[in-house]
Design a protein around this ligand. Structure first.
Ligand code: ADP
Ligand code: MG
Length: 694
């Protein structure tokens, strides 16, 4: 059977709507999606009816307003379609009101003070630009989630607002460039998702994995990723079956899953979809994460989406590939054969460079979460410094245009493999740079800092808003210019002069880059707590306000949520570690030391003298027991110290510096003990078990 026939079969998408809706209503809905116009009430009524009938045919009994509160997850309560008529018979119904709006109790979601618990009203509003779908007998209706007064309490609302902002400015640019046929420009995103798989049984035996999603303890395994034998290697049968199931499920849900492969670390994998409009890409990424989790569970495994499940082993990220596309098919970031003469490309590229340079702190902030602090800068992911990779060819083109040099198309050379039977390959203009946080990859920018568990919304809110801001200033210049071509060149020259420092084509993992970045004055924000502060810097609040993406109140609320979340996550981790060490590790080491002591005594009794090696072993174990006890005490004190602080920022800082250091310290003692204690006495699966036994 042709698998493409089932693509989107559980989605109330374009084909279903075309078939089931009257033509004029279908057109209204299309217009709403493309031009951001509001759907007339009467049209929404007809859509509700058609959606319900279709969902019931798909086996749905319930519907749910599906939304994304500010915790990187999705939420929604389920209501059945059931209604009872006056004569007592059961009917299925989805009223227009129920489609368009719902009122979940908002008091249990993070709000950052946007609402108080006694005024718990929150509303979800139907987002007609992201299609509804049926999953687990439920019709899921993508929605935005706001307070009683319309303040955003979710990830989607600011994303939609930022899309409006960047679309308007990009459309303006296209008009001034003479593209009269274009009516709509939108940001497009393809988000690659990395993840780990571990066996369910091993996962269940580790409190840290269950509670925190990452290991808090664990000695280095004898084999990690040093042989470089995992990346894109043969996929193990069990994993291949899992991936197949994931693909089929996602395709049915209309998620265009495209690429799958093994990642660099053992048990690490990646899934990449085909890019789409960023709002849908964000919803799809949530579905991808959810599907990975549920299908893994069904197959006796657990999918770990944490940024750093294992110390010393590559962590997982999410690569956010971003571009702008017009409805006539033009990708604004496509250089074409002659980039130096492609004015649309040059201005869009400059807008991106200015956006990233001016708002590097915000972009860094958008990739911050407790888990990512263990990953960024670890020679597996970009460092905590934002820069842009363009490659030498494109950098040369921009410099050339800026200097007024004669534009010339780069000569594309062909690749000689030395084997005549192999096809002749045309080389790309530049090599790849896998170390850059923001890399231009031919016709899009790849933002590689994002953590694997994060929602992609915030980084795209930042990109959209910052690009909109830059486009706005450039477009204003172009609209006034007498000589458009000369103005484009002036824009390139100004951008290279003022923002050229953001371009770095070298190795971002090197120590020299740290020094160089300092010299260039680029912000270096080492951890999430420092990075979150960008959210409430006056100039950043002004940026969001200027483009009607977030109000000052919403920015402050988001900052508070992030800082509070950080402290809470760290508190949970610290407490989990304390519990594991007190109740599992320390008793195991003591019991094992007791066994060795007994053995020493027995040897002395039987042979008249004990083994010196056994006695050394015992003494070493006793030192470890003391070391663990001291580590427990300092961690306890650090946690207490942090908890006593009554300022959220200071508490987060205490967790970030003091508690984290105490956790590291305790972990070192336990990991050393793990390497000497009898494997049959060790109370939990080891790194080797987790990484190599699925
Ligand atoms: P890699 O970075 O692993 O080499 P690819 O080059 O295959 O990956 O593409 C990565 C992602 O970029 C895919 O999800 C792809 O759909 C997406 N992508 C391609 N073109 C665009 C575009 N114009 N806008 C946004 N994303 C895009
Ligand atoms: Mg990539």
């Amino acid at each position: 059977m042709d698998f493409t026939n089932r693509f989107g079969c559980r989605v109330f998408g374009d084909a279903v709507m075309k078939e089931r809706l009257p033509e004029e209503i279908y057109n209204e809905l299309k217009k709403a999606g493309e031009q951001g116009t509001r759907l007339p009430l009467e049209a929404a009524r007809v859509v509700a009816q058609a959606m319900k009938d279709w969902a019931i045919e798909q086996g749905a009994t319930h519907y749910s307003h599906w939304f994304q509160p500010m915790n990187s997850m999705t939420a929604g309560k389920l209501d059945s379609f059931l209604d009872i008529t006056a004569d007592g018979s059961a009917v299925a119904d989805l009223s227009f009101d129920a489609l368009v709006m719902s009122e979940p109790d908002a008091s249990s979601f993070p709000s950052g003070g946007l609402r108080t618990t006694f005024e718990a009203r929150g509303y979800t509003a139907w987002d007609p630009t992201s299609p509804a779908f049926v999953k687990d007998d439920t019709l899921y209706i993508p929605t935005a989630f706001c307070t009683y007064t319309g303040l955003a309490m979710d990830e989607k609302t600011p994303l939609l607002r930022s899309m409006q902002a960047v679309s308007a400015q990009a459309l303006r640019l296209m008009k001034v460039m003479g593209y009269d046929d274009v009516t709509h420009v939108e940001p497009t995103v393809g988000a690659e998702q990395e993840y780990f798989l571990v066996s369910r049984e091993n996962y269940e035996s580790r409190l840290d994995l269950k509670i925190c999603g990452r290991t808090l303890l664990g000695a280095k395994p004898s084999k990690g990723q040093e042989l470089e034998d995992h990346y894109c290697g043969r996929i193990r049968t069990k994993v291949a079956e899992f991936m197949k199931e994931v693909d089929h499920e996602l395709w049915e849900l209309g998620v265009p899953s495209k690429t799958k492969h093994n990642e660099a670390a053992p048990s690490q994998h990646e899934l990449a979809p085909i890019f789409t409009s960023v709002n849908i890409a964000a919803d799809n990424n949530q579905l991808i994460m959810e599907t990975l989790r549920t299908v893994a569970k069904r197959n006796g495994m657990t999918c770990l989406l944490h940024e750093k499940p294992f110390e010393g082993i590559n962590g997982s990220g999410k690569h956010n590939n971003y571009s702008l596309s017009a409805n006539n098919g033009i990708n604004l970031l496509k250089p074409g054969a002659a980039p130096a003469e492609n004015d649309l490309f040059l201005v869009t590229m400059c807008a991106f460079l200015q956006a990233v340079d001016q708002h590097a702190d915000l972009l860094r902030m958008s990739a911050s979460c407790p888990g990512n602090d263990y990953r960024l800068g670890g020679y597996e992911a970009p460092p905590a410094i934002i820069s842009v990779f363009l490659g030498d060819a494109l950098t040369g083109t921009l410099k050339g245009v800026a200097a007024g040099a004669l534009a010339h198309a780069p000569n594309r050379s062909t690749l000689d493999t030395g084997v005549s039977v192999l096809p002749e390959l045309v080389k790309d203009d530049s090599d790849r740079n896998r170390t850059s946080p923001v890399a231009f990859t031919g016709n899009k920018f790849e933002f590689r800092m994002l953590g694997s568990s994060q929602s992609i919304s915030l980084c795209n809110v930042v990109l959209n808003t910052a690009v909109a801001d830059a486009l706005q200033s450039f477009t204003a210049r172009l609209e006034k210019a007498a000589d458009r071509k000369a103005e484009v060149h002036a824009i390139v020259a100004d951008t290279m002069e003022n923002h050229g420092r953001i371009i770095f084509n070298g190795n971002n993992y090197s120590a020299e880059w740290q020094e160089e970045a300092k010299r260039r004055g680029l912000p270096i924000l080492e951890n999430s707590v420092e990075a979150y502060k960008a959210m409430v810097k006056p100039e950043n609040i002004e940026l969001f306000q200027r483009h009607k993406v977030l109000s000052a109140e919403e920015c402050t609320a988001r900052y508070e949520i992030m800082v509070e979340h950080y402290a809470k996550v760290m508190a949970i981790e610290a407490k989990t570690l304390l519990e594991m060490v007190r109740r599992q590790v320390q008793p195991a080491v003591i019991a094992y030391a007791g066994k060795i002591a007994d053995a020493c005594n027995a040897m002395a009794k039987a042979a008249g003298v004990s083994s010196a090696a056994a006695q050394d072993h015992l003494r070493a174990l006793m030192e470890m027991i003391d070391c663990i006890a001291a580590g427990l005490e300092s961690l306890d004190r650090a946690v207490q110290g942090a908890e006593e602080l009554n300022c959220e920022t200071r508490r987060a800082e205490a967790y970030c510096y003091e508690v984290r250091a105490a956790m590291e310290n305790l972990r070192r003692c336990c990991d050393t003990a793990e390497t000497v204690v009898d494997c049959y006495d060790w109370p939990m699966p080891t790194y080797t078990d987790l990484l190599h036994r699925i």
